[in-house]
Write a protein that binds this ligand. Structure first.
Ligand SMILES: Cc1cc2nc3c(=O)[nH]c(=O)nc-3n(C[C@H](O)[C@H](O)[C@H](O)COP(=O)(O)O)c2cc1C
Length: 337
C-alpha cells in the first residue's frame, strides 16, 4: 500500500520510497550508518562497496546485514562498471551477486556498459539507473536496458559533468525514463527547484558528508560548512580526470594539474592503461587518508558547489525530513493555486 507520506514521482514509485532523495555513493565517505539513516528517513542511501570494505572495514555481506538491522527500508548499490582489469570486473560481479542475495533491488551503475548489471537485476525484478553527463551515453545506457538516469551536472561533487541541470533536462527529457538531478543541491530550496524543473528526484553527496552519521573527519565536515561555491575547484591531480575539491591551502600550494610526465603517460596509447591504473590506485589511498585524517594529512576534501547552502552538521534523517517537508509544502501551494 502506498504511504500517505509519499511524495509521488516516478522515482518514489519505482523504488517504493517516500522521498525522492538519494544519498549518492561516495568513495570514501559512504559508511553503513549514513546509508541506513537516509533510507530509514524515507529517502534511499547507496552503498559504495569499495568504501564500505576498504575504508570502513566491513565485510560486504556483514555491512549489508548491519544496515538491514537498522532499517527494513530499501537500500541501493553503486556498481562502477568501468573495464579496468579482469580482477576488478570479477570482484564487481561477485559484489553485485552478494547485494542481490541480501535483498538489494536498486542499483546505480557508472563509468561503462551497464548491460550485465541490468540483466542480473531485472531477472529479480529490480531497478537500474545509470550515471550520465550527456545524451550519447544516456542513449547507449537506455539501449542496454536501464530504467532511469542520474544526470550529473557541472555543480556536482566527485566527477562533475559539464552541463547545468536545465541543459541536461533539455537534452535528456525526451528519452522516456525518469531523470534524477545530481549536483549542486545543498538546501531544501535547491531540492524543490529540481523537482519543479521536472526531475523525478535528486541525488546528493556533499550535503550528507556534513552529517553526524558520516565517519569523515571533523576537519572535512567543517571545511564543507565553511566553504562557498567559489571555493570549489576541479583537480586532475588525484585521478587524472577532473574531481571537484575544496580549494584548501594545500590544493593552492600543489595546483590542480597532474605533472607533465603523468599527463603524457595518460595520453600515450601504449602507457595510458597502466598510467590510469596507477593513478587510480594512488587516488584510492590519497582520498581515504584525507577523509579520515583531516587537515593533518593533505587536505583533499572532495565536495561540490552545493557547499553554498550547507550551513551545519546535522543528523542525516533530519535533512531528509526537512527536504521532504519543503517539497510537500511546495506541492500543497501548487495544488491550491
Ligand atoms: C566525496 C564524494 C565521493 C563520490 N564518490 C562517488 C562514487 O564512488 N561513485 C559514484 O557513482 N559517485 C560518486 N560521487 C558522486 C555522488 O554520488 C553524487 O552524484 C554527487 O555528490 C552529487 O553532487 P553534490 O555533491 O553536489 O550533492 C561522489 C561524490 C562525492 C562528493
Amino acid at each position: 500500500m502506498t504511504s500517505p507520506d509519499r511524495i509521488d514521482t516516478p522515482l518514489t514509485e519505482a523504488l517504493g520510497i517516500d522521498v525522492p532523495l538519494i544519498c549518492g555513493a561516495m568513495y570514501p565517505c559512504s559508511n553503513p550508518e549514513l546509508i541506513a539513516a537516509v533510507s530509514a528517513a524515507g529517502g534511499i542511501g547507496i552503498v559504495q562497496p569499495i568504501s564500505m570494505m576498504y575504508v570502513h572495514g566491513h565485510d560486504l555481506r556483514e555491512g549489508l546485514r548491519m544496515m538491514k538491522g537498522i532499517t527494513d527500508k530499501p537500500i541501493g548499490f553503486n556498481a562502477l562498471v568501468e573495464k579496468t582489469s579482469k580482477v576488478y570486473e570479477d570482484r564487481m560481479r561477485k559484489w553485485v551477486d552478494i547485494a542481490l542475495e541480501e535483498g538489494v533491488r536498486f542499483f546505480i551503475t557508472a563509468l561503462g556498459n551497464p548491460d550485465w548489471v541490468v540483466e542480473k537485476v531485472h531477472a529479480v525484478g529490480g531497478t537500474v539507473f545509470h550515471d550520465v553527463t550527456g545524451r550519447v551515453h544516456a542513449k547507449k545506457a537506455i539501449d542496454e536496458g536501464v530504467d532511469g538516469l542520474i544526470c550529473v551536472n557541472s555543480r556536482a561533487g566527485g566527477h562533475a559533468g559539464e552541463k547545468t541541470p536545465v541543459q541536461l533536462l533539455d537534452e535528456l527529457g525526451d528519452l522516456g525514463v525518469p531523470l534524477v538531478c545530481a549536483g549542486g543541491i545543498g538546501g531544501p530550496e535547491d531540492f524543490v527547484r529540481a523537482l519543479d524543473l521536472g526531475y523525478a528526484g535528486a541525488q546528493l553527496g556533499t550535503r550528507f558528508i556534513a552529517t553526524e552519521e558520516c565517519k569523515a573527519h571533523d576537519d572535512y565536515k567543517r571545511a564543507i560548512v565553511e566553504a562557498k561555491a567559489d571555493d570549489i575547484v576541479l583537480t586532475t591531480r588525484i585521478s587524472g580526470i577532473p574531481v571537484a575539491v575544496i580549494e584548501t591551502e594545500y590544493v593552492k600550494k600543489v595546483g590542480t594539474e597532474t605533472g607533465w610526465l603523468m599527463r603524457k603517460a595518460l595520453q600515450h596509447p601504449k602507457t595510458k592503461h597502466y598510467a590510469r591504473m596507477l593513478v587510480q590506485l594512488k587516488s584510492v589511498f590519497e582520498l581515504k587518508r584525507a577523509s579520515l585524517k583531516g587537515a593533518s594529512y593533505r587536505d583533499y576534501f572532495q565536495a561540490g558547489k552545493s557547499v553554498e547552502h550547507i550551513d551545519s552538521i546535522e543528523p542525516a534523517g533530519a535533512i531528509v525530513q526537512r527536504f521532504a517537508e519543503a517539497a510537500r509544502a511546495s506541492r500543497d501551494i501548487a495544488a491550491a493555486e
